[in-house]
Design a protein around this ligand. Sequence first.
Ligand SMILES: [Zn+2]
Ligand SMILES: [Zn+2]
Length: 183
Amino acid sequence: MGSGLCDSCFPRRAKAGRYRDEPVPDCPFCGIVAGKNPERVIFRTERLVAFPNIRPEAATHLLVVPAAHVRNTDVLGTDDLEMVEEMDRVGRELLAKTAPAGSELKLGYHVPPWRSIDHLHLHCMALPHSPPWAAIKYMLPGVWLSSADLAARLRRRRQRPSGLLQQEGGGGGGIGAEGGAAV
Ligand SMILES: [Zn+2]
Ligand SMILES: [Zn+2]
């Protein structure tokens, strides 16, 4: 990497792939899920795994990933709302255990193409950012999508009539396709 950016988030085009594929051989997060680097894992269930970001950009900087290779926010649909909510809940619980009490928390996702590892990962951070300018990567609309905003979008979609949902999905864009739109 050597870019100065975090190990999981550097702009690079996604490789073609399928949603919820079998473990992807060259995916570092599938590797961790499969048991590589067990010393890094701080939380594990059948559905989710969490570990510290190898190159932290906040006082505490954890990643929560689905055990399945879900590619990114673009492939998420209304059926994924519970997973997104669970990732958020686990992230907050882990931060409550590991970050100094009273820290300001920030949880969210980089949206395509603004991430380097195409395996969905929730950044769970207790601020401040380090270095301070790293904050930009975790706030820009169209690059960063907060966990709460993602869950809210999925909830709104679930409430829409199915016809509308199909229409909206016609362009092939997933939840991240709303990008920086003022929604
Ligand atoms: Zn990221
Ligand atoms: Zn993976």
